[in-house]
Design a protein around this ligand. Structure first.
Ligand code: UDP
Length: 475
C-alpha cells in the first residue's frame, strides 16, 4: 500500500503498454510531482513481454521522490493473445486483462483524487465512477488525431464502405482534412478488430472529466481552436481540453555503452549528424533496410542509426524492444560497417534518443514520426525527414511536412513500397546541406523557443496543468 504524502494531492496515472505511451505519461507524472504539489502513483501494466527499455526507464534512480511505480499483476501475453493479433487489439486485450485488479488497487491506494489514463484504458471510466474518482484522459498523440477520433463514431455511422476508399479527403469539423491514404492503421479496414476497438474507444472519450493533450497552441492552433469552438464538439459533449505539452523525456538513464555513443558525437562537427531511428517499435523489411544503408552511405553525410534486425511487420519490436538478439553485422549489407566507419555510428536496438537529439552535433532526424519523437525533435530544434511506418504516423508525417513545414518526405515510386537508395541519398543531402534544409532548421528553432516558453512557469501549458491540479486539490 502506498502512503500518500501529507499536504500533497494524491493522483494515479495509468498507461497502456508501449513506450510511446509510458514515456509521456511518466513525464506528466513527474511534472505533477515536481511543479504541482502532487504525489503520484504510476500504475504500470506489466506483461510477460515487458521490454528491457521499459524496465530501465521505470526503475531509474532519477525518478523524483513522491512518484511511486506500482506494478499491476503481470499478464501472460501468450495465454490471452494469439501470435498474429494486430497491435491495437493486442494492447486492448492486455489492458482489459490487467485492469481486472484496478478497482481493488485504487481502494488499496486510499482512493486517489483523480486518475489519469491513456486512450487504451477507457474501462477505467466505469470503475472510477463506482469509486467516485474523476478520470482524465491523456491523449498521447496529436490534437488533430484526437479531433479525428472524436469525429470517428459519426463517420462510422454516416459513411458506407471503407474510409480509405473515400474519393475526397475527410472533412473533420474545423480541422485540416485528412487524406484517405493518410488514415491511421486501425481505422483503415472496417471489418478488423482494431477498427471496432478504435470506434469504441473514441465513443468513450467524452466520458472523461478532461483531456490532457501533448501539444500547445503554437504547434496546433487549428485543431485546438476547432475542439474549443466548433459546434460539432459541443454537440457531442467533448470534455474540456488542456494542452500541457510538449511533454518529452527530460532525462534518461545512460549506460556505459550510451556514454561511448555520446563520446563519438562529441567528436563530430556542430549540426552535422543525421540521427536515424524508428521509435520503440519500428522495424524495416530486409529490402528496405538494405536500401536505407546504401542511401546513407551514398549521401556521404554523418549519421547515427538505431538498427534492428529486419522484420516483415513494421511494428516488430513494439512490445519487447531491447530484449531482441541484435548483431548488425548479420543483417546490414556486407562491408557497410567498415566502409562507413569514419562517418557513421550504428547503435543496436535502442539509443538515448533525447540525449542524442539535444547533442550539438545532431543536425537532422530521420524519424518514423511517432508523436513523441516528433515533439522531441521540435523541442531540440532538429529538422526531420519523415518515414512513417504504422499507427497514425502517416497523419503526423503529413502534418510535419505540409502544415508546419518542419520536415521533408522521401518519395516512393508509384506502385512501390520501398524507398530507393537514390531517393534516400537525395533527401539526406537536402536536409543536411541544402537550402531547403536550412529554411526548415530556422523554422524548427522558432518553434523550439515557443515550446520552451509554453512549459515555463506562466506559459500556456504550465498554466493548463496547474489549473487542473488546483481543481484536484480543492476537491
Ligand atoms: N526512444 C528512445 N530510444 C530509441 C527509440 C525510441 O529513447 O532508440 C523513445 C523516444 O525518445 C520516444 C519513444 O521512445 O520518447 C517513442 O515514442 P514515439 O511516440 O515516437 O513512437 P512509438 O515508439 O510509440 O512508435
Amino acid at each position: 500500500m502506498v502512503v500518500a504524502t501529507p499536504n500533497k494531492t494524491h493522483v494515479a496515472v495509468l498507461s497502456s503498454p508501449g513506450l510511446g505511451h509510458i514515456i509521456p505519461l511518466l513525464e506528466l507524472a513527474k511534472r505533477l510531482v515536481i511543479y504541482h504539489d502532487s504525489h503520484v502513483s504510476f500504475l504500470n501494466i506489466t506483461t510477460t513481454e515487458s521490454s528491457a527499455a521499459q524496465d530501465h526507464l521505470l526503475r531509474s534512480p532519477s525518478l523524483p521522490n513522491g512518484l511511486d511505480i506500482v506494478d499491476l499483476p503481470r499478464v501472460d501475453v501468450a495465454t490471452v493473445c494469439s501470435p498474429d493479433i494486430p497491435i491495437a487489439h493486442k494492447i486492448g486485450v492486455i489492458v482489459e486483462e490487467s485492469l481486472q485488479s484496478l478497482k481493488s488497487l485504487l481502494i488499496d491506494l486510499g482512493k486517489p483524487k483523480a486518475l489519469v489514463i491513456d486512450l487504451f484504458c477507457t474501462q477505467a471510466f466505469e470503475i472510477c465512477s463506482q469509486l467516485d474518482i474523476p478520470t482524465y484522459l491523456f491523449f498521447t498523440t496529436s490534437t488533430a488525431f484526437f479531433a479525428f477520433c472524436l469525429y470517428l463514431p459519426t463517420l462510422d455511422h454516416e459513411v458506407e464502405g471503407e474510409l480509405v476508399d473515400l474519393p475526397e479527403p475527410i472533412e473533420v469539423p474545423g480541422c485540416t482534412p485528412v487524406r484517405p491514404e493518410d488514415l491511421a492503421d486501425p481505422v483503415r479496414h472496417r471489418k478488423t478488430d482494431d477498427y471496432q476497438l478504435f470506434v469504441l474507444l473514441s465513443s468513450r472519450f467524452p466520458l472523461a472529466a478532461g483531456i490532457f493533450l501533448n501539444s500547445w497552441d503554437d504547434l496546433e492552433p487549428v485543431a485546438l481552436k476547432a475542439i474549443r469552438e466548433n459546434t460539432f464538439y459541443k454537440q457531442i459533449h467533448a470534455p474540456p481540453v488542456y494542452p500541457v505539452g510538449p511533454l518529452v523525456k527530460q532525462d534518461e538513464p545512460l549506460s556505459s555503452k550510451d556514454a561511448e555513443y555520446l563520446a563519438w558525437l562529441d567528436k563530430q562537427p556542430s549540426e552535422s549528424v543525421l540521427f536515424v531511428s524508428f521509435g520503440s517499435g519500428g522495424t524495416l523489411s530486409t529490402e528496405q533496410l538494405r536500401e536505407l544503408a546504401w542511401g546513407l552511405e551514398l549521401s556521404q553525410q554523418r549519421f547515427t542509426w538505431v538498427v534492428r534486425p529486419p522484420c516483415d511487420t513494421a511494428s516488430g519490436t513494439f512490445f519487447n524492444v531491447g530484449s531482441e538478439l541484435n548483431d548488425p553485422k548479420t543483417y546490414l549489407p556486407e562491408g557497410f560497417l567498415e566502409r562507413t566507419n569514419a562517418l557513421g555510428l550504428v547503435i543496436p536496438s535502442w539509443a538515448p534518443q533525447t540525449t542524442v537529439l539535444r547533442h550539438p552535433s545532431t543536425g537532422g532526424f530521420l524519424s518514423h514520426c511517432g508523436w513523441n519523437s516528433s515533439l522531441e525533435s521540435i523541442t531540440h530544434g532538429v529538422p526531420m525527414i519523415t518515414w512513417p511506418l504504422y499507427a497514425e504516423q502517416r497523419t503526423n508525417a503529413t502534418f510535419l511536412t505540409e502544415e508546419v513545414k518542419l520536415a521533408i518526405r522521401p518519395e516512393v515510386e508509384r506502385g512501390k513500397t520501398v524507398v530507393r537508395r537514390e531517393e534516400i541519398e537525395r533527401v539526406v543531402r537536402v536536409l543536411m546541406e541544402g537550402e531547403e534544409g536550412k529554411a526548415i532548421r530556422c523554422r524548427v528553432k522558432e518553434l523550439k523557443d515557443s515550446a520552451l516558453k509554453s512549459l515555463d512557469y506562466g506559459g500556456s501549458s504550465y498554466e493548463s496543468l496547474s489549473c487542473v491540479a488546483k481543481q484536484w486539490r480543492l476537491n
